[in-house]
Design a protein around this ligand. Structure first.
Ligand code: URA
Length: 217
């Protein structure tokens, strides 16, 4: 299942337009906030698909049979670019457990790159709902590698991938690599990728825009 929130009118496409705009994206606070609120809306949309149970809640005046989340999800993100979206998911799934993965593009002199994965911290994810955020689903390689590593820790019951902008090619790659097991939720979808794996028109480097330029290794 692939859900593009820009298919329908909502504030999400407004916020994604600000993420893209060279006139707005240089305001780092706004950039991070827009990533956070896109993730908040996606968290709410995902919450509509999750299982609920009835729980008798005591109020000062009586009792109420309320529908509450049956289980807490595990929220995972890829450092560092995913941090703002992770916070957005956590604002809504405020009792979730959390996983952090460091995956980055290690660039070679010939212009190619490989995904280097160096740090993973995670609770048991076996049988649980896993929600992974990564603002830019470009080639899909880092997400596929991240999911492979997380699956060595346990087999999630459901996997939701949350991004601000996804490339068609990356979505197709990820669905192929996971046998269509993931649900992809994104703020918008673009059709083009550069030779260096950047999304066009995209927004540029999400990690740099959110946290500042890095020294390239
Ligand atoms: N990561 C980014 O930050 N931007 C892209 O376009 C692709 C990957």
């Amino acid at each position: 299942m692939v859900i593009n929130l820009s298919d329908k009118h909502s504030l999400v496409s407004n916020w994604v337009s600000e993420l893209r705009s060279i006139n707005v994206q240089s305001d780092r606070l706004r950039f991070r906030k827009n990533l956070e609120r896109v993730a908040e809306v996606i968290a709410y949309e995902i919450s509509k698909t999750l299982p609920y149970v009835e729980e008798e809640i005591e109020t000062p005046l009586g009792t109420h049979n309320s529908k509450v989340l049956k289980e807490q999800p595990v929220i995972a993100t890829i450092l560092r670019a995913g941090l703002a979206m992770h916070q957005g998911l956590l604002n809504f799934f405020d009792k979730a457990d959390n996983s952090f993965i460091s995956a980055y593009r290690k660039h070679h002199k010939d212009g190619t790159f490989e995904i280097a994965l160096e740090y993973v911290t995670s609770p048991d994810i076996n049988g649980r709902i896993l929600i992974v955020s990564d603002p830019m689903l470009a080639t899909g390689a880092s997400l596929a590698k991240t999911l492979n590593v997380l699956e060595t820790i346990g087999k999630p019951a459901e996997i939701h991938v949350v991004c601000a902008i996804a490339a068609t090619e990356g979505i197709e790659y990820l669905l192929r690599e996971t046998n269509n097991k993931v649900h992809v939720w994104c703020g918008d979808i673009d059709d083009e990728l550069t030779a260096k794996g950047y999304i066009v028109p995209g927004l540029g480097d999400a990690g740099d825009l959110a946290y500042g330029e890095k020294k390239q290794s």
